[in-house]
Ligand binder design. Structure first.
Ligand code: UD1
Ligand code: CA
Length: 458
């Protein structure tokens, strides 16, 4: 396959009427990425030197999302059909002399190997145009592949097809390989004399045949790959098939899953072998989980690094955090962005952390808020402790040095530094720095009035 001269067009201008959405269809997410990111990823894997994305409906939103991807955008102001879209795209391919792949932004399940095979066939046949077809049980709605003595001669759209043609079960997937120099003049000849009064790219086949140019085709081995997403039911189905694919790859690489059907992992998440993931777990974005972890049900982890042998108990939510080895988190802990557990930590139930750097072996086992804080090693945070980091205007930092023992129900009114080895008595509101090795206590002394209840009743 000659990839040095491979270009691509991604059609992404359509409105996606059947989605009933205020967002462009091609931006609806599948496994954490907008739908159109998948064909785009393929063009990169195949080494395309030039990729043109045709945008139209909500073009600015689409351009925004892919602005750093290296694609070139062309604007199709009016959506006059797929053929018109390719004509518009050609503005960006004027001087291109190689093979141009035509991909649709709403066909996210297509695999690299399929395209490689198709390009191979296309180039070795020296074809003007090649089309990827599929044999389906129910061809309704698709363009039908019309053959004469086995040779493909045209594609007929559902709305233009005769009763006989409607019986054809070989369909157009919408994926083409085009030989740029020979296709260019044919593009000029497309017209809209059809039932939908649209310019069809599919007419390129009959035009090429008429000119005596070579047309080739490749049949898709796995029909599921060609599935187009036109409505929310198809979106859910595409998500589910993508999930099956992603989870299977993780399992084959040594990750155990209690129930892959209910495990939701974004496309670029990395998980190392012998990690065990229970049902109902969501792993998003750039998350990386090292080996031998256990992730219990209902946990959601986004853009975080989880070190080896961590145990994340049920219902925990971890975002933008780094956990080093052997941390024990949850159930129902909330680790917000900027949390860094240095290793062997315990963050127990109903503990919330944010911008918190927590030293080796330090723990907060129950019901605490630790925000804008730096904790040394071997610190024990008692139940119900709060860092009061916000004065209504600014955020302030709490520093707690090594070996500090914090009694339950303590409030640290930041900014504060608690020196190493100190002990904070339970129920204290700490407003001043505490020097090392001290006891700090700030609660009213307990008073006892003997026999008070009995006297009151009288
Ligand atoms: C198209 C094919 C059909 C094929 C099917 C496969 C044509 C005429 N028909 O039909 O043979 O079986 O795909 O899924 O090509 N788009 C634009 N600009 C336009 C029109 C469409 O960018 O003016 C984009 C859409 O955003 C979409 C793609 O082209 O990504 C396909 O368009 P769509 O209207 O969905 O075509 P189908 O009717 O599905
Ligand atoms: Ca479609």
């Amino acid at each position: 396959m000659k990839s040095d001269n491979l270009g691509a067009i991604i059609l992404a201008a359509g409105k996606g009427t059947r989605m009933f959405s205020k967002h462009p269809k091609v931006l609806h997410p599948i496994a954490g990425y907008p739908m159109a990111a998948y064909p785009l990823k393929l063009t990169r894997k195949l080494g395309c030197t030039k990729t043109v994305m045709v945008v139209g409906h909500e073009a600015d939103l689409v351009k925004d999302v892919f602005s750093d991807s290296g694609v070139e955008f062309v604007h199709q102001h009016e959506q006059l059909g797929t053929g018109h879209a390719v004509q518009v795209a050609w503005e960006g391919l004027q001087k291109f002399s190689g093979t141009v792949l035509l991909l649709c932004a709403d066909v996210p399940l297509l695999q690299r190997e399929t395209l490689e095979k198709m390009i191979e066939t296309h180039q070795s046949a020296n074809a003007c145009v090649s089309v990827l077809t599929a044999e389906v049980e129910n061809p309704y709605g698709y363009g039908r592949i019309v053959r004469d003595n086995g040779k493909i001669v045209s594609i007929v759209e559902e709305k233009d097809a005769s009763t006989e043609q409607k019986k054809i079960t070989e369909i157009n997937t919408g994926i083409f390989a085009l030989q740029a120099p020979t296709v260019a003049p044919l593009l000029q000849q497309l017209d809209n004399n059809n039932a939908q009064q649209e310019y069809y790219i599919t007419d390129i086949i009959s035009l090429a045949t008429r000119e005596g140019l070579s047309v080739s085709s490749a049949v898709l081995a796995d029909v599921a790959e060609s599935m187009g997403v036109n409505d929310r039911a198809q979106l859910a189905s595409a998500c589910s098939q993508m999930r099956t694919r992603i989870n299977r790859a993780h399992m084959l690489a040594g990750v155990s899953m209690e129930d892959p059907a209910s495990t939701y992992i974004d496309a670029d998440v990395c998980i190392e072998a012998d990690t065990y993931i229970q049902a109902g777990v969501h792993l998003h974005g750039t998350t990386h989980i090292e080996a031998d972890c256990i992730i219990e049900s209902g946990t959601v982890i986004s853009d975080s690094h989880i070190g080896a042998r961590c145990f994340i108990r049920s219902g925990s939510n971890i975002e933008g955090s780094t956990l080093e080895q052997q941390c024990n988190v949850g159930p129902m802990a909330h680790l917000r962005p900027g949390t860094h557990l240095r290793g062997f930590n315990k963050i127990g139930n109903f503990v919330e952390t944010k911008k918190a750097d927590i030293g080796l072996r330090s723990q907060a086992s129950h019901l605490s808020y630790i925000g804008d804080a730096e904790l040394g090693e071997d610190v024990n945070i008692g139940c119900g402790t709060i860092t009061c980091n916000y004065d209504g205007v600014n955020k302030h930092k709490t520093t707690i040095e090594d070996n500090v023992f914090v009694g339950s129900d303590t409030q640290f009114v930041a900014p504060l530094t608690i020196g190493r080895n100190s002990l904070i008595g339970a129920g204290s509101t700490i407003t001043k720095d505490v020097p090392p090795d001290s006891l700090a206590l700030s609660r009213a002394e307990q008073k006892i009035v003997p026999g008070w209840r009995k006297k009151r009743k009288k």
